[in-house]
Design a protein around this ligand. Structure first.
Ligand SMILES: Nc1nc2c(ncn2[C@@H]2O[C@H](COP(=O)(O)OP(=O)(O)OP(=O)(O)O)[C@@H](O)[C@H]2O)c(=O)[nH]1
Ligand SMILES: [Mg+2]
Length: 179
């Protein structure tokens, strides 16, 4: 009965799907959150703690938590993971030097039991910047093809213009409706 009710709530659009936005500081997480919400680029400051917004995509509701990415805050990400259906890992595609740090954070997160059933969306952000890494390069450096425990997808985007973000939301919607 509980399962049937959950399914019906999903069909009628009442269920909220929990999403967490993680990634290193300056990756563009907060810019993405508000681009999802308002379709505009907002001015941001480094996030201390988190922001949360409800994003609705064709009757599917996501509760999106945007968490600060500074080194001292990364341990707090784990306290947000319970019941998370989608982890969005935002990558600054211009930041070649710290991609190995992102890779370590990603593989550490995926080992966490609260994320066992979560799907992973990697956003290769800042594609507007000349010579930024492509989604394929990022995918290779993060060794995404070795991930068999979780469903994953990589998407190139630009949080300033919103390019690539509607496709990301479509992927998220398809994922949660399939579960
Ligand atoms: N050129 C360019 N700049 C971007 C893009 N997305 C975000 N930025 C800029 O990158 C900087 C950091 O963006 P934030 O959204 O605050 O980054 P964050 O990941 O939330 O950072 P923390 O809160 O410290 O974890 C800001 O100056 C943004 O305007 C993008 O797609 N292209
Ligand atoms: Mg932020």
């Amino acid at each position: 009965m509980g399962l049937l009710l959950t399914k019906m709530m999903t069909v009628f659009g009442d269920k909220e799907h929990k999403v967490v936005l993680v990634g290193l500081d300056n990756a563009g997480k907060t810019t993405i959150l508000y681009q999802f919400l308002t379709k505009e680029a907002v001015h941001t400051s480094p996030t201390i703690g988190s922001n949360v917004e409800e994003i609705t995509v064709r009757n599917t509701h996501f509760l999106v938590w945007d968490i600060g990415g500074q080194e001292s805050l990364r341990a707090t990400w784990y306290s947000y993971f319970c019941h998370t259906e989608i982890v969005i890992l935002v990558v600054d595609s211009t930041d070649r030097e710290r991609l190995t740090v992102t890779k370590e954070e990603l593989h550490r997160m995926l080992a966490h039991e609260d994320l066992q059933n979560a799907s992973v969306l990697v956003l290769a952000n800042k594609q507007d910047v000349k010579n930024s890494m492509t989604a394929a390069e990022i995918s290779q450096c993060l060794t995404l093809d070795t991930i068999t425990s979780h469903s994953w997808h990589v998407q190139a985007c630009c949080a300033l213009t919103g390019e690539g973000l509607p496709a990301s939301l479509d992927w998220m919607r398809t994922k949660v409706l399939a579960n």
